[in-house]
Design a protein around this ligand. Sequence first.
Ligand code: ATP
Ligand code: MG
Ligand code: FE
Length: 354
Amino acid sequence: MTVLGIETSCDETAVAVVTADKRILAHKILSQVDTHAEFGGVVPEIAARQHISSLDHLIAATLKEAELTMADIDAVAATTGPGLVGGLMVGVMTAKALATASGKPFIAVNHLEGHALTARLTDDIAFPFLLLLTSGGHCQLLEVSGVGNYKRLGTTIDDAAGEAFDKTAKLLGLGYPGGPAVEREAAKGNPDRFKLPHPLKGKPGCDFSFSGLKTAVRRLAETCVSERGALYEDDRADLCAAFQQAVVRSLTDRVQRAVTDFRSRHGAKSYPLVIAGGVAANKAIRAALVKLATEEDMIFYAAPMELCTDNGAMIAWAGLERLLVTPTLNDMDVSARPRWPLDENASSRIGAGK
Ligand code: ATP
Ligand code: MG
Ligand code: FE
């Protein structure tokens, strides 16, 4: 089985072709980062227009690279939500047109399910697994029991981790997107010069909070400026190092709680601990979770860096997984959904408030 996947939910136009035996036959991403950089964040209207002008060419180029035509494709999958509605509509309508013209089913993919299942494309990971999904718009701990079967153990009560990286980068003058820039600066800095709060430390449950960290960095940066007349290179590096360390501590603290919670239902054996989403590209965060997994007797998995941030392969793969579960699937009547919680079918939220 071979599926074409389309991603247009934010500022990447991405297309890929993936097979059931886990081969990525072609995989192309057109990032709009340079376009949005001057605005310090994604401008939805501009993003949608760029998806319109790029998508057709990108699909043609991806099929060419895979040396396939639409006749070889079994289904067309597209991110249908959550995300910016203009971009979602471009991807969904293009995918539906392509599917209709070639007589193939259209598969509506939840972008978060794309992130969540990517590690199963690159590794053989069985259900159930514990997932830390941490990206630009989300930060959640999920118990993944199957395709479409998610239970949320915790979520952010304010900013997502990636959003906190982006906002921190912006206030320190590091540009957009912030995650990679903060990580680069942090590598040069001393994480212990500045003291940052530990959000929700000791609080029960598996929720996250990051907006206080960003505010604390802003105050410290203002203090630096008032004391030294400007924000110097070393100040910036030390602030980034402190911020990244605080994020690492916060994530590991919450993941540890989630492991205990997960084990209370599944028993003591080793289960996969998977990290996904754009923030999973951060080396310090990966290293901390590798260590935690070893200590907790869990098996750590993460997709390769380039498949952590948005891409078409994750959408093709999630579509393929859905199609394998339901071979007659065709979502032609499903429309773009700017909001689409991954666990909306779960009967209840578990692990909360404990
Ligand atoms: P969502 O998936 O929640 O809809 P999104 O698709 O915009 O949001 P992703 O593409 O998955 O998010 O991830 C982008 C986010 O990941 C950005 O916030 C970016 O700053 C962050 N990010 C990327 N690389 C790194 C890194 N090396 N360290 C920390 N954060 C990073
Ligand atoms: Mg993006
Ligand atoms: Fe994403």
